[in-house]
Design a protein around this ligand. Structure first.
Ligand SMILES: Nc1nc2c(ncn2[C@@H]2O[C@H](COP(=O)(O)OP(=O)(O)OP(=O)(O)O)[C@@H](O)[C@H]2O)c(=O)[nH]1
Ligand SMILES: [Mg+2]
Length: 443
């Protein structure tokens, strides 16, 4: 099976702990603190690899961990940073949080590299905590914890035009006849099992990308056939070419086929039906214009296929669909179809369909309800907020980013910590210390 979905687990590196130690030198009796800082944990990145077109690698290996930062050492020795990891994915991969299904990032367009989890910051060694009143600090900051995420990766191809239709109607034949793509073509259903992309170059300079997806059958939107696996790939395409077998060579009625597929699209995502759909009435080369019979009154009777193109036009043109009789096989009518598609694309917004972020790993994570304390440190003239909950929160939050900082401020507010500081008499401009970070208090 085509691997265009995968579930993986990722973890960033833990920050190394700061070290507690004191200088010991000959002839120097009481050395000052010289505990080094912990190294930063490694981050996890996603990068687009233009050469990749499936997620199959992620089916074999499902756990990815960045390196932990090393703890700090004696003599101001800083721990080594943990190794970052870069996970390569094909262009068009949408990264979602597994349980909520919310989009974290869409690796398409300009988004070629995305840091999904930042490694934990290394903790400060005790050398940072020496003050005029505390010359031998026994405190060193622990490194920030590692963070983890379970992800769902989905490849949604990027193309301007999507070929849709029942199996065996000639979608792949059409793609191969007008582009550089070489999809498999055969006279059986579900020949195509994965999307193929081809670039269609028209004389005159315009070009577009066309995607051939596997055939759609009734129930596809509920998972029949390969169901969702297929429909997902046309979510980004702006225009559809709906290919039907106008010759009726398999004994099905093309109008019923069109209705069935419109229904499946609607059930899957009603937005899809709002996009332009152009009908390609295919296989006209095998529609015979020889009569098969003559009525008593002398009128010719033709095969069913003979009437199909007109029936399709009569029904769909008044509804606003353009109908092009074509043969993917002999290429009859194909150019007219392609030039029309190109002119429709010209009228549409060029920006690709991109999935917006719904979940930000920097700010969405479980908040514990462990205790915290708020106090005033008279010797330092600072307000101090501490406790396991605060430390954990701080560990998770990237205070260097504006969003992370705003999030942490909200956290302090929502948990009543600001109220407690106020109750202790804090004033604008006073200093608040939280695990080695100092902030000026602003209302
Ligand atoms: N005579 C004739 N045969 C065609 C035409 N287009 C496709 N075929 C034949 O129809 C069969 C199916 O063609 P494909 O292009 O594989 O059809 P498909 O829609 O991609 O099928 P799936 O991948 O199974 O969904 C093949 O045997 C083709 O040679 C056409 O215009 N005329
Ligand atoms: Mg095919």
């Amino acid at each position: 099976m085509f691997a265009d979905r995968a579930q993986i687990y990722i973890r960033s590196g833990k920050g190394g702990d700061g070290h507690v130690s004191f200088r010991r030198e000959k002839y120097v009796p009481d050395g000052g603190p010289d505990g080094g800082d912990g190294g930063d944990g490694g981050s996890v990145f996603f990068v687009v690899d233009e050469g990749m077109n499936t997620l199959s690698d992620y089916r074999h290996i499902r756990k990815y961990k960045a390196g932990d930062g090393e703890d700090g050492g004696k003599r101001n020795c800083r721990g080594k940073n943990g190794e970052d990891i870069y996970l390569k994915v094909p262009k068009g991969t949408v990264i979602k949080e597994l349980t909520s299904g919310k989009v974290i990032a869409d690796m398409s367009g300009d988004n070629k590299e995305y840091r999904i989890l930042k490694g934990g910051r290394g903790g400060n060694g005790n050398q940072h905590y020496a003050t005029s009143t505390m010359q031998a600090p026994k405190y060193a900051q622990p490194g920030q914890p590692a963070r983890e995420l379970n992800l769902f990766l989905e490849l949604k191809v990027i193309a301007d035009v999507g070929l849709i239709g029942f199996p065996n109607v000639g979608k792949s034949t059409l793609l191969s006849s007008c582009s550089n793509a070489k999809p498999e073509i055969a006279n059986y259903h579900f020949t195509t099992l994965s999307p193929h992309l081809g670039v269609v170059d028209l004389s005159g300079g315009s070009s577009f990308v066309m995607a051939d997806i596997p055939g759609i059958i009734e129930g596809a939107s509920e998972g029949v056939g390969l169901g969702f696996d297929f429909l997902r790939h046309i979510e980004r395409t702006k225009v559809f070419i709906h290919v039907v077998d106008a010759s009726g060579s398999e004994g099905r009625d093309p109008i019923e086929d069109i209705e069935t597929i419109h229904n499946e699209l609607k059930k899957y995502n009603p937005e899809l039906l709002k996009r332009p759909i152009i009908i390609a009435a295919n296989k006209i080369d095998i529609i015979s214009d020889e009569p098969v019979d003559i009525k008593d009154d002398g009128e010719f009777v033709y095969s069913e296929g003979y009437y199909n193109v007109q029936r399709i036009k009569d029904k769909y043109e008044p509804l606003g669909f353009k109908v092009f009789p074509i043969s993917s096989y002999t290429k009859q009518g194909v150019n007219e179809l392609l030039y029309h598609v190109s002119s429709v694309l010209d009228t549409l917004d060029k920006t690709p369909v991109v999935f917006e972020q719904e979940y930000d790993p920097e700010v969405n994570f479980p908040v514990s309800d462990e205790p915290y304390t708020v106090s005033f440190d008279h010797s330092e003239n600072e307000y101090v907020v501490e406790g396991p909950r605060i430390e954990k929160m701080l560990g998770y939050t990237n205070l260097d980013s504006e969003k992370g900082f705003a999030f942490f401020q909200n956290f302090l507010k929502d948990n009543g910590i600001l109220d407690e500081l106020e109750a202790l008499g804090i004033k604008e401009g006073d200093t608040v210390r939280i695990y080695g970070f100092s902030f000026e208090y602003l209302k």
